[in-house]
Structure formats: C-alpha cells, structure tokens
Design a protein around this ligand. Structure first.
Ligand code: 5MM
Length: 340
C-alpha cells in the first residue's frame, strides 16, 4: 500500500509538465535574498513573501509542489489558513526540507557533509501530521583542486541521502534526493560531467543498498555546465547533450522524475537549458524543474518588499512558472521572454 502511495505521489509531482517551487531557504539564505532588496529578515516579512508566492493566481496550472522550510510549514496566510492547507486546497502538494544544512567534513579540508539524521524519524512523523507529502535533503559537492571532491566525501554524502530517503519512505513520504555539484569554480564542463557521474553512481549504489524504492522517489540533480568562473561557457546543445548523457548513464529508468535545480544559472538560462534537454526526448524519466533562484530571483526584484509591487511580483512569478512548464514540453523559446 505504502509502495503504491509513494509511486502515485512521485508520479503526480512530475505529471502534466508541472514542476516544483523550492521555497525552503533557511534563515541565512533568505537573509541574503532580502538583503539584496533591502528588506528586513523578520519572521513577518518571510511570511508575507511566502504568502505572495503561494497565493499567486494560476500557479497551480504549472506547480505541483512547494518545498517549504520548517518555519514556513508552521506559518499561515493573513486570514489564518495554514500554508500547507492553502497549498493543498489549490492542488499543490506541500513538501518540507528536512536536512539541517552542511558542516565541514572532518579531516577532509574543503569538503562538506549534510547533517540532520538524528531524530529524523520523529521529525518526519510531525511534518506528516502538518501536511507534508514529500521531503527534500540536499548534499553539497564542491569541485576544487584535482583531488576534491574525494571518493570518501561523495560516499559519505550519498550514504546520508540514502538513509534520509529510506526514513521518508518508511513513513509514506516521497524523498527528493538532491546531490548538488556546485557551479562555483573555474572547472570546465567535462569536469562537471565527470564529478556528477561519480556522485550519481555513489548515490544510486547507496539507495540500492538501503532498499529505497526508486519508483517512489525523485532525483534533484544539477545540470552539466561549466563552472561560473570558467572562461569557456558552453552553448545550449553542449549542455543538454552532456546532461542527458550523464543522466542516461547513471539514473535508472525506474526513477519517475528528474527535477533539476538551477544552481546559480540565470532564470532565462535555466528555462532554456530545461527546454533544450526536453527537446531531445523522449527520455525514460519525466524531466522537470525544482528551482529556487531561477523562479524567485525575478520575483524578488519585482517585489522589493513593497505592497504596491505585490501584483507585479506575482505576475512575474506566474510567467516564470508558465515558461518553465512550457520548457518541460520543449515548447519554450527565448523570444517568449520579451513577448510579455
Ligand atoms: C531554495 O534554496 C534551497 C535551500 O537552501 P539553503 O538550505 O542553503 O538555505 C536549496 O536547497 C534549493 O532547494 C536548491 O539548491 C535548488 O535551488 P536553486 O536556487 O539552485 O534552484
């Protein structure tokens, strides 16, 4: 029964060209976003901003689920409706980020490990009572000198992801497994492909060892792109071919969906890349998005914390959701950006 539920939920999250909104910024991350538009990082401003996103009319046509932060799952709209209920009523599934961020990995300079396994079973049970249908855990892999990332760091992070995923499935919560190879650095696209390949191989080895039901999870990986500081930035074709090659080699077809993170790409590039990847289909998995910055950066820029800009910010948000959903079908073109 749980297996059927997990599979049905995972499939529903990537059905009908819909994608996910990653709105699970921790306090320190949302502070950076608010600082850039000179908005105070208060609990009420965080609530106001999330309400702006979740009440945008029409997003349910494009967004299947929202990843929330612990605080947000416990917050409510101005009229008192808990956010989880507000989203569910609109046909959008509430999800929850359950990792507790990263710490330096002992004796491995420059590498990080994601924390949050202690007490996770109990926390998941509470999140489920609060309405969460799926969860997310992010492991972070940085590309640095020749021997970083190390095999050990990749294995340790993969192990954490798999333990998290198994705990989720035990409670009928769909795990989104996010091993993010960071874009920071001057590495070229080949290095990104090589590291992402090794990471994905480690992740699926651990998921298998932990008996995780692949049909009842989603993968949230990075696309294969050159580092942000690399002089050779590749075009659409190179990025999409490398991304598909890497996913085809390392992601089993049993996984129902791949929902990419945007990782620091501009909003337009993230949509364009998703479109190019889907144009080269059909693929064994649904390929969609779970963007944080690529959905929200233009919204924050339009909002600026001003009530008077609320509607403009919501229109910007709706547009990004719509364009990314078109990209899930390979029906987006860059000229659509200017058309509205
Ligand atoms: C929205 O940002 C998420 C939370 O990050 P922190 O825990 O660092 O505050 C993050 O996990 C996000 O879901 C993914 O990185 C994807 O977001 P982007 O911006 O890369 O699409």
């Amino acid at each position: 029964m749980i297996r059927d539920n997990l599979m049905a939920t995972a499939q529903a999250l990537v059905a009908n060209q819909k994608g996910l909104l990653a709105a699970d910024e921790s306090h320190s991350t949302i502070k950076k976003r608010f600082d850039a538009i000179r908005v105070e990082n208060s609990e009420e401003n965080r609530r106001r901003y999330r309400e702006l996103l979740f009440t945008t009319e029409g997003i349910e046509r494009y967004i299947s689920g929202v990843i929330l932060f612990d605080e947000t799952l416990r917050q409510a709209a101005r009229d008192g409706t808990p956010f989880a209920e507000l989203l569910s009523r609109r046909g959008i599934m509430p999800g929850i980020k359950v990792d507790r961020g990263t710490k330096a990995l002992a004796l491995h300079p420059g590498e990080e490990i994601t924390e949050g396994l202690d007490g996770l079973r109990e926390r998941l049970a509470e999140y489920k009572r609060l309405g969460a249908r799926f969860a997310k855990w992010r492991a972070v892999i940085a590309i640095k000198e020749q021997d970083v990332p190390t095999c050990f760091a990749m294995r340790a992070n993969a192990h954490g992801l798999a333990r998290y995923a198994a705990l989720c499935q035990e409670l009928d919560i769909v795990p989104i497994v996010e091993p993010e190879v960071l874009m920071d650095g001057d590495h070229d696209i080949e290095r990104c492909e090589d590291v992402t390949s090794r990471v994905l191989e480690a992740v699926f080895t651990e998921l298998d060892a932990h008996r995780v039901l692949l049909e009842g999870m989603l993968l949230k990986p990075n696309m294969i792109v050159a580092g942000l500081q690399c002089a050779a930035q590749e075009g659409l074709r190179r990025v999409s071919e490398a991304t598909i090659r890497c996913m085809s080699r390392y992601v089993p077809a049993a996984v129902p969906g791949i929902v990419f993170l945007s990782g620091g790409q501009s909003a337009e590039d993230a949509t364009d890349h998703l479109n190019a990847i889907n144009s080269m289909g059909p693929h064994p998995w649904q390929i969609s998005y779970s963007y944080g910055r690529a959905l929200q950066a233009p919204v924050l820029a339009a909002w600026q914390g001003q009530q008077a800009h609320r509607l403009a910010a919501q229109q910007t948000f709706l547009k990004r959701c719509r364009l990314n959903s078109l990209a899930c079908n390979g029906k987006y073109s860059r000229s659509m950006e200017a058309a509205e």
